[in-house]
Design a protein around this ligand. Structure first.
Ligand SMILES: [Zn+2]
Length: 144
């Protein structure tokens, strides 16, 4: 099962950087992009590979399907929390800032209740899609 709560801010930063560029991305490009030394990037990549979120090949690093699913889950979490906070009266900017702090720590069961209670919104206040039902189903059914 791919779940939130086990991903750190640092891991998320790496996964997003790997996902953003045309992958596979080399350790050199990644260290430039993240502003970290090649040796620390190398170390973190090995760590993420041991967790099953990235793979290394001669061309560079890319996300596994679990890595992509985890990012999708975090994005959904962010968008659901954001939609909820706006409904409570926070501005979109404030909701976005607060959601960034909570996106990796909100348990899926809580997200599901929020999502259902809000009538299963199809997009966040920025207009980005919420695909929670599909994403959460795949996350729960992942075996690794
Ligand atoms: Zn946002």
């Amino acid at each position: 099962m791919v779940d939130l709560g086990e991903v750190t801010v640092k891991e998320l930063e790496y996964l997003r950087a790997i996902n953003g560029e045309g992958s596979p991305i080399s350790i050199t490009s990644l260290s430039r992009k993240l502003g970290r030394s090649a040796s620390s990037v190398y170390e973190e990549i090995n760590h993420l590979a041991s967790k099953g979120f990235v793979t290394k090949n001669p061309d560079g690093v890319c996300l596994t399907s679990d890595g992509k699913l985890l990012l999708e889950l975090v994005d959904n979490s962010h968008r659901i929390i954001e939609t909820w906070l706006v409904s409570l009266g926070f501005s979109v900017e404030e909701a976005c800032r607060l959601a960034s702090k909570m996106e990796t720590t909100m348990p899926i069961e809580v997200l599901r209740k929020l999502y259902e209670n809000m009538g299963k919104p199809s997009s966040c206040p920025h207009g980005k899609p919420i695909t929670f039902e599909d994403t959460a189903l795949r996350a729960v059914n992942t075996h690794n």
